[in-house]
Design a protein around this ligand. Structure first.
Ligand code: HEC
Length: 147
């Protein structure tokens, strides 16, 4: 037998058994709790109010309206236009001409559709038609600067 093996076999287990255990376990627990705390904080503060919750204020309703428009309307109404019926755009002059120059009327079209456009009430969710209509109306008044 190699003398160094004997020395390791007899000397190593006792000290390593005592010092490794706390050193090996404690940091993991700290790490796990730090990670859990971060996940919790992120879940609470990072995402904007979850879908289905009522919009909290003007700013969050505007953000919701913009997001809904991008997801559900911009495909046909890119830049507030209309790729299917050219005269039926979301620009102020067209909305006025077609009797839709207020957010409530736009919300009705968003939810229930009109003519060749089908309704999007289901996908927009509770408060969705109003949020997207408010954003569309704001954009129409400003000449569609944001899309
Ligand atoms: C699949 C294409 C399509 C999508 C998606 C779509 N629209 Fe339309 N939209 C149309 C068409 C076509 C018309 C013209 C309807 C008609 O009068 O026959 C229209 C008309 C409108 C009008 C009336 C415009 C005017 O000048 O008369 C509004 C307001 C409107 N859409 C809002 C929305 C909103 C808000 C969304 C998203 C929730 C949306 N649309 C999604 C196709 C679409």
């Amino acid at each position: 037998m190699n003398p160094s093996n004997v020395a390791m076999a007899s000397g190593a287990p006792a000290p390593s058994g005592l010092s490794d255990e706390p050193a090996g376990r404690f940091p993991w627990r700290v790490l796990v709790s730090v990670v859990l705390a971060m996940v919790l904080l992120l879940a609470l503060f990072w995402p904007p109010p979850a879908f289905g919750l009522p919009p909290v204020g003007q700013a969050s309703q505007g953000a919701l309206g913009e997001e809904l428009f991008t997801n559900h309307c911009a495909g046909c109404h890119v830049h507030g236009g209309n790729i299917i019926r050219r005269g039926r755009t979301l620009r102020l002059d067209a909305l006025k001409r077609n009797g839709l120059a207020d957010p409530a009327a736009i919300a009705v079209v968003a939810a229930a559709g009109r003519g060749q456009m089908s309704g999007y009430g289901d996908v927009l969710g509770p408060g969705g038609p109003e949020a997207v209509a408010a954003w569309v109306w704001e954009q129409a008044q400003q000449g569609w600067p944001r899309s």
